[in-house]
Design a protein around this ligand. Structure first.
Ligand SMILES: Cc1cc2nc3c(=O)[nH]c(=O)nc-3n(C[C@H](O)[C@H](O)[C@H](O)COP(=O)(O)OP(=O)(O)OC[C@H]3O[C@@H](n4cnc5c(N)ncnc54)[C@H](O)[C@@H]3O)c2cc1C
Length: 469
């Protein structure tokens, strides 16, 4: 049996990799990665600079790990819907194995590849692995998708088998000789025209493993209390690893569940279920990438506000947490979850700017930028998503800052112009006494919180109708 294992950017590892293990057990293995111009044409790649940096790191690590196991990653350029069926026929492969994607883009690609391979008599097997449970498999008693997180998570808990240990990397045979193919090197960032950013986490399975260990040996113990603190390194910072599959969710779940028991562990596992929820949602509702989950939000009167948008993206709104989030995003491709929620709420509610603009902006700059999770985060924040979050809940950026960044150290880290602002005024610098206020090179709030709140509520009530969900 000759198998092509098609790595597709969300499974860049050799451990606990279903397609690789299955192919190795069956016979000859050809590991393949396709540089599809959809992502890798320089103009496209430059649209996701941080993700591209992490991805290229992870690809190089995968290449090295496969070589260490006695195999070889074949990197080929071209449109995957054409390249994969062509190579599979040319190499006389019996089957192509890959991990399933939940996004509409990936599903359409897989539909076309299935047809092309099928017409050549070659099987295409899509294996689960991105999520803990197969998308579409978690349904309520009536067989419908869950529309609220809590019952979804309860259902997941009853289905998850925590006892299973993930398999290590399989022994791999050498790639068969005589394969005709134009192999290309993994491109460098410079070749794609992307400047290297030293603040982006290094990618690769080894790095992911080390990050996971560090988290499980320390911060997980206080995760329950620290996860919301923007000023502390209290979370795992494993989101990009989960996104690119350098660490599979299953492995993280099992390692966390097996770690020193603490009150915080279930809280952490619950966050992995939020990830799960968003992926299952997108599987059930592929239209979510186009419009709101709650249909009543269709046609919502979002405002055109070029000045507000510019201030929000540049971190010059005058609200320190919102601005720190904007600067952190551009600087290190990451934003603390609490800051993401405050910033997203501010854009959609204080400024009444369409959540889809914020969603696209985050997807461009986040290293962990993931279609399913990002969309769910933005729809949740805008109040139009699939959850119990009421649309009229509006974060107050000042009280959020005081509560989750009490000393203002998160804010000061990203806003050097507030370095000399006393803690008492750090989240509302416009209230600093006269002479000090003048010395701070920081704008006044572009909107007043109370007025912006009233404006949003009035607009939303007008569109949604009084009391409508
Ligand atoms: C507006 C907005 C946009 C977001 N966009 C993304 C995105 O593109 N990619 C992404 O991975 N996460 C996104 N999130 C969720 C969350 O902010 C990040 O997963 C988290 O900040 C990553 O940090 P961490 O790995 O230290 O998380 P931890 O707190 O250590 O959590 C562990 C893992 O659980 C998952 N997780 C945690 N919180 C959430 C959540 N609320 N929703 C879904 N999954 C979660 C992540 O995979 C995370 O790595 C978004 C949230 C919001 C509000």
């Amino acid at each position: 049996m000759r198998s092509i294992v098609w790595f597709r950017g969300k499974d860049l590892r050799v451990t606990d990799h279903g397609p690789l293990a299955e192919a190795a057990a069956a016979g000859e293995v050809i590991p393949l990665f396709v540089l599809d111009p959809w992502f890798f044409a320089p103009a496209r790649a430059r649209e996701l600079p941080h993700r591209m940096q992490f991805l290229l790191d992870s690809l190089r690590a995968l290449e090295a790990d496969l070589a260490r196991l006695g195999s070889r990653l074949l990197v080929v350029a071209g449109r995957s819907v054409e390249v994969v069926p062509r190579l599979a026929s040319q190499w006389r492969a019996d089957q192509v194995l890959a991990h399933r994607w939940v996004e509409p883009l990936g599903r359409e690609r897989d539909r076309r590849v299935t047809l092309a391979l099928g017409s050549a008599g070659i099987a295409f097997h899509l294996l689960e692995g991105e999520t803990l449970l197969p998308p579409g498999s978690v349904r309520n008693g009536q067989g419908d998708m869950f529309r609220v997180f809590t019952p979804f998570s309860r259902s997941c808990w009853t289905r998850l088998d925590l006892g299973q240990r993930p398999p290590g990397p399989p022994p791999l045979p050498m790639v068969p000789g005589g394969l005709e193919v134009e192999v290309v090197p993994i491109p460098s960032l410079a070749e794609l025209g992307i400047p290297f950013n030293a603040r982006i986490q290094p990618g690769g399975e080894g790095q992911a493993q080390a990050r996971m260990q560090a988290f499980l040996e320390g911060p997980i113990g206080t995760y329950g209390t620290d996860r919301d603190r923007m000023d502390r390194a209290g979370t795992s910072r494993l989101s990009a690893d989960l996104k690119f599959g350098t660490l599979p969710a299953r492995r993280l779940w099992q390692a966390a569940a097996a770690s020193e028991p603490s009150e915080s562990t279930p809280r952490f596992l619950n966050e992995l279920l939020w990830r799960e929820f968003s992926h299952h949602l997108l599987w059930e509702r592929p239209d979510l990438l186009e419009g709101p989950f709650r249909k009543v939000f269709q046609g919502f009167p979002w405002r055109d506000d070029a000045a507000g948008w510019q201030a929000w993206t540049e971190g010059r709104t005058g609200y320190p947490v919102v601005d720190a989030a904007a600067r952190q995003l551009r600087a290190e491709g990451f934003v603390h979850n609490r800051a993401r929620m405050v910033a997203a709420s501010f854009l959609t509610k204080h400024l009444l700017i369409d959540y889809r603009l914020g969603e696209a902006h985050y997807l461009k700059w986040l290293t962990d930028g993931d279609w399913a999770q990002n969309n769910a985060g933005w729809q949740w924040s805008a109040g139009c998503g699939c959850d119990a979050q009421p649309w009229f809940r509006i974060f107050n950026p000042v009280t959020q800052g005081k509560r989750f960044d009490p000393e203002g150290s998160y804010v000061k880290r990203w806003l050097p112009e507030l370095a000399n602002c006393p803690v008492a005024h750090i989240h509302e610098p416009w209230k600093a006494p006269g002479s000090l206020r003048l010395r701070l090179d920081y704008p006044n709030p572009i909107v007043d919180h109370a007025l912006a709140r009233e404006r949003f509520l009035a607009t939303a009530k007008g569109h949604l109708g009084q009391g409508r969900p």
